[in-house]
Ligand binder design. Structure first.
Ligand code: F0G
Length: 350
């Protein structure tokens, strides 16, 4: 029985000391599952999915949030604040509850998937919806956290990336080596930066003999890094990555360049195709933003790149249950009939 898996496993890589809280919701230690169908079908026989959906609030954010909130407690903060497209707010409010802190979340009005709002609500966050974008929200919380001395728990808080880098350690531990390529969605660009930091640190410590190429994917309507310019009005069905001016832009560009990787974009149609493909061919239910990693890999394989010898990991960042509206917009096979054996039987035999 571990008390805090990430601290128990990786303490020498984490900025913790004897006064850092070890309270945990069971974050980390997520499965790396081998693709059964998609990999072979797209010419990537050694394809794996890192199921970050299995974290306690259903996304990778928990890895960094456990540490960011523990550090806020250590610094005597009484409350935390974040801007969010949804998942950060769910994680921040859950860990604030765990530690008895207040949480304030600032989100773009009408652009948050319903499950994520439900999470922030049930954990008792004060939810401030702004008539603006995530980028506006982040600017506001950066200012206000300074003025009011509330702990900022967006990924500009270095402890977030320190916690999130543990996912790279787990990937190496599970495979017994670093993958050749890591495919990952990019929004505010913290996660790709955290993975890259983790892979580099593990290699430097002799725990892996190399680092992977980082393949990041933005949504076409929210692709500032790909286009090398700030997008004032980002738009995509993948609301989690609807971001026009990522905070970790420079770090993500370095991860791309140092690793010999790419940051490319995928259209909403490609994202939705991958979203349904994961659900129907693998049994994996993720949110649209997460499917960007698989959409990007499919796009790469279609360009004719030979990936048959490569070990590739796609990060599945958030759970599909968070966004029931998108799930229900997929044409479902549904019937409504009288409650009789005959009526149900008729459908089965038609
Ligand atoms: N996937 C999901 C499900 C996300 O929620 C996010 C970011 C990303 C990918 C992109 O990660 O920002 O580190 O590049 N969500 C943030 C939030 C912005 O507020 O929940 P990133």
């Amino acid at each position: 029985m571990t008390t805090n898996f990430l601290i128990d496993s990786y303490s020498e890589f984490l900025p913790i000391d004897g006064d850092t809280s070890r309270k945990s919701l069971g974050e980390g230690n997520t499965p790396l599952v081998r693709s059964t169908n998609i990999g072979p079908e797209i010419g990537v026989p050694n394809l794996y999915f890192k199921l970050e959906t299995m974290n306690p609030t259903g996304s990778f954010k928990d890895r960094g949030m456990f540490l960011a909130v523990a550090k806020a407690v250590q610094a005597n903060s009484r409350s935390v604040i974040c801007a969010s497209t949804g998942n950060t707010s769910a994680a921040a409010s859950a860990y604030a509850s765990l530690h008895g802190l207040k949480s304030f979340v600032v989100v773009p009005s009408g652009k948050i998937a319903m499950g994520k709002l439900a999470q922030a609500s049930v954990h008792g966050a004060s939810i401030i919806q702004i008539r603006g974008s995530f980028d506006n929200a982040l600017n506001i919380v950066r200012e206000i956290s300074d003025q009011l001395q509330i702990a900022l728990v967006n990924s500009v808080n270095p402890f977030r990336l320190e916690g999130q880098k543990t996912a790279a350690f787990e990937v190496v531990d599970a495979l017994g080596k670093a993958p050749d390529i890591l495919c990952i969605p990019v929004g505010n660009a913290g996660n790709i930066s955290a993975y890259w930091k983790g892979f580099k640190e593990y290699a430097a410590a002799g725990r892996a003999s190399k680092t992977p190429m980082m393949y990041g994917f933005q949504a076409q309507g929210a692709a500032p890094i790909v286009n090398n310019k700030i997008i004032e009005n980002p738009e995509t069905i993948a609301t989690a990555i609807r971001i026009g001016n990522p905070a970790s832009w420079e770090k993500a560009a370095s991860a791309r360049d140092e690793s010999g990787g790419v940051i490319d974009s995928v259209s909403d149609d490609e994202i939705l195709h991958a979203y349904r493909y994961l659900a129907s061919a693998e049994g994996i239910f993720c949110e649209p933003a997460s499917a960007a990693s698989v959409a990007g890999l499919i796009k790469t394989s279609r360009l004719g790149v030979d990936l048959s010898g490569a070990t590739i990991v796609c990060v599945i960042t958030g759970h599909g249950l968070k966004d029931p509206d998108t799930a229900l917009s997929v044409e479902a096979v549904q019937y409504e009939v009288d409650p009789t054996i005959e009526a149900v039987g008729e459908i089965l035999s038609s």
